[in-house]
Write a protein that binds this ligand. Structure first.
Ligand code: SF4
Ligand code: SF4
Length: 329
């Protein structure tokens, strides 16, 4: 099956980010600069190398003697239990379709497993660098978990190939949506009922017989019609209004101005994750009292910052707002 999704290369190889860099007359992208002010505390390039180390192990030999039969509910239960035991936070299954695959990629396998790993929401109170470290470390975990899960499925007797940041053949949003991981929010990320959009994904493409999940519709897009929190907190106003959307394969997608987002998320030293962290779905469905307390404390900081914030989006915002230890520690 050939992929049909247009895609952008991630990280510093993204053509859009390179175009902006040239337009600005820069020779490097500030976020990935090796001598940036943050590099003494956190080496983002070294972490990216760590997830790439998993790439050669994404595929391997399949155990010829199937130990567990071909019953989809049994095989699905085994894979789900293994994914959770490896450190996954939630797991779902779907039939693989062309829109889930990048246009230059091709798979002959028929199903996809999505495994997500939640980020520690408490990091939002410790400033942008703590959030960035958490996000990148969770990406490494996604590479590890998807790689080990693919190996497990091959040991069950079925072909299985891992996909993660170090491989990049799968389009996360359509795969996660079909696997029942949640609904697409106005900020462009898929919202899970328990973790909001505060998680990172890994995938396994496989021929194991699995029971497909259904999309998980729990009212997000209805809420987004009237909620403007991410819009009002996005520093470069990259998130558009409720009536600026397109529909792809029946799914509403609000437009996000990616070039504008990059001003805040690639052309500063610090990471931007604000739209995800201000979303009420961090606590709205799970009603977790700890997450609710973190959300309220974080929104107090956003208010102190003036919500959208620029002049021009204060670098090292925590030096202005102060950091708070995780209030649950
Ligand atoms: S990451 Fe930051 S700049 Fe980008 S859309 Fe979200 S809030 Fe806006
Ligand atoms: S902050 Fe509001 S508008 Fe934005 S994704 Fe979350 S619910 Fe939707």
């Amino acid at each position: 099956m050939r992929g049909t999704s247009k895609y952008r290369l991630g990280g510093p190889d993204d053509p859009l980010v390179i175009r902006i860099m040239k337009r600005k007359g820069l020779s490097e992208i500030p976020f990935y600069r090796k001598d940036s002010p943050k590099s003494e505390k956190f080496d983002v390039n070294a972490v990216m190398q760590r997830w790439k180390l998993y790439t050669p192990r994404r595929d391997g030999a399949v155990d010829a003697k199937r130990r567990e039969g071909d019953d989809p509910s049994h095989i699905s239960a085994l894979i789900k239990a293994k994914a959770l035991a490896l450190g996954g936070s939630d797991v779902g299954f779907a039939a693989l379709t062309p829109i889930m695959i990048n246009v230059d990629s091709e798979f002959s396998l028929r199903s996809i497993v999505s495994v997500i790993i939640a980020e520690d929401y408490g990091k939002v109170l410790q400033g942008a660098l703590a959030i960035e470290k958490e996000a990148f470390e969770v990406y490494v975990e996604c590479a590890r978990v998807s790689t080990e899960l693919a190996a497990y499925i091959r040991d069950l007797g079925f072909p299985a190939i891992a996909d993660h940041n170090g491989t990049g053949d799968i389009q996360a949003i359509p795969a996660l949506y079909a696997c029942g991981m949640g609904e697409l929010g106005k900020h462009g990320s898929l919202i899970h009922p328990e973790f909001g959009a505060g998680y990172r994904p890994g995938f396994v493409i496989t021929d194991a017989p699995v029971t497909a999940d259904a999309p998980n519709i729990f009212g997000v897009q209805r809420t987004c019609e009237n909620c403007r929190i991410c819009e009002q907190n996005c520093p470069p106003a990259a998130i558009r209004s409720s009536d600026d959307f397109i529909v792809t394969e029946g799914v509403k997608r609000w437009r996000v101005d990616t070039a504008a987002c990059y001003e805040a998320s690639r052309f500063r030293d610090e990471y931007c994750h604000i739209c995800v962290d201000v979303c009420p779905y961090n606590h709205k469905v799970n009603r977790d009292p700890d997450r609710t307390a973190i959300f309220k404390a974080f929104m107090k900081k956003r208010k102190k910052a003036g919500y959208r914030t620029p002049a021009w989006f204060i670098e090292d915002e925590e030096s202005v707002l102060g950091t708070e230890p995780n209030i649950l520690d």
